[in-house]
Ligand binder design. Sequence first.
Ligand code: DTB
Length: 327
Amino acid sequence: MNFYALADKAIAEQVLSHEECLSVLHCPDQHILALLDAAYQVRYHFCGRKVHLHMLINAKSGLCPEDCHYCSQSKISTADIEKYPLVSQQKLLEGAKRAKATRSLRYCIAISTRGATDREIDYIASAVRRIKQEVDIRICCTVGIISQEKARRLYEAGVEQLNHNLNTSERYYPEICTTHTYQDRVNTLLAARRAGLKLCTGAIFGQGETESDIIDVALALRELHPQSIPVNFLLAIPGTPLEHTNALTPYACLRILCLMRLLNPSQEIRVSAGREVHLRSLQPLALYPANSVFVSGYLTTPGQDYRETWQMVEDLGFELEECAEAL
Ligand code: DTB
C-alpha cells in the first residue's frame, strides 16, 4: 500500500475508502514508519510542527448514574476512586492558573454526570467568567448530555468548546453503555454547535470493538467536523466491567492515530488517556499523526508530568502553541 497516496487524498480533503482505511489498520509493523510519515505529511500541511497541551480538572467525581463500562465513576463501577461534589469556584480558578503554568492552550472542566443541572451550568458559567478575566487560557467543558439552552449559557460565559465523545461506533455503543444512546450523544453535540460552541468529540479504542467499528467512528467524527478529536486508549481500571480488556499494543495505537489523521486531516487530534500505558516508550511517535496531548493526568488516573511532555516536544523539534500573552 502506498500510504503517500492516502496522504495526498487527505490533503485534498477526500475521504478514504473502507479498503484504504483497512490497509492503514493492517499496516505491517515493518512499514509503520512509512505510515507515520504519510500521516505526518497531513499533520504538517494543516498544523505545522505545533503541539497543543491540555489540562483537565475533575470538578465533580464519582456517583454518576450512567453505566458506561469504561468509566471508574459510573454507578456500576467499584473502582477505588475519590468521590466528591462540585469543587469550589476558587479551586476551578486555581486549576486554570495551574493549567496556564503547564503552558496548556486549554483548560478542560469535567464533571461526572448524566447531564449537568441548571444550577451546575450556572455555577460553572460563573467560574468560567472569572477565569476568563484572570487567566489567558481557552476553556473546554465536559458536562454530559445538555440542551442547546444550557450550551448557550456556557458559550456566553466564554467557554470555547464542549467535549462529548462518541466513544465508539453506533453499532457497538449498546455494548459499552445502556443508560443512554449514541444518538443522545450526537444530539448533545448538535445542540452545542447550534449554541455557538466548537465541538471536541472523540473515542476510546481498545474496548473490544472491531476494525469496522474503528473505521465507522472515525468516519462519524469526520462528518461532525469537530475542532478537536481526543483519541483515548482504554485504561482498564480495576472495578469497571472492562477491567480485563487489554487488546492494544503501541503499534496498534499508532495505526489508529494515523487513520484518525488521514480521515480528519485538519482537526486537532489529541492523543489522550492511555498514551502512557499503551504507547509507553513509543509516545513521541504519536505526535507525528497527533498534534495535541493532555498533561499531568486525567480524571481518576495519573498521567505524564507536564515537564516530561515539554521535554518530549522539544526533543521532537516541535513547538508548543500557547495563548497570546495579552489578555
Ligand atoms: C477525553 O476524551 N478524555 C478525557 C476527557 N475527554 C474528559 C478523560 C479521560 C479519562 C480517563 C480515565 C480516568 O482518568 O478516569
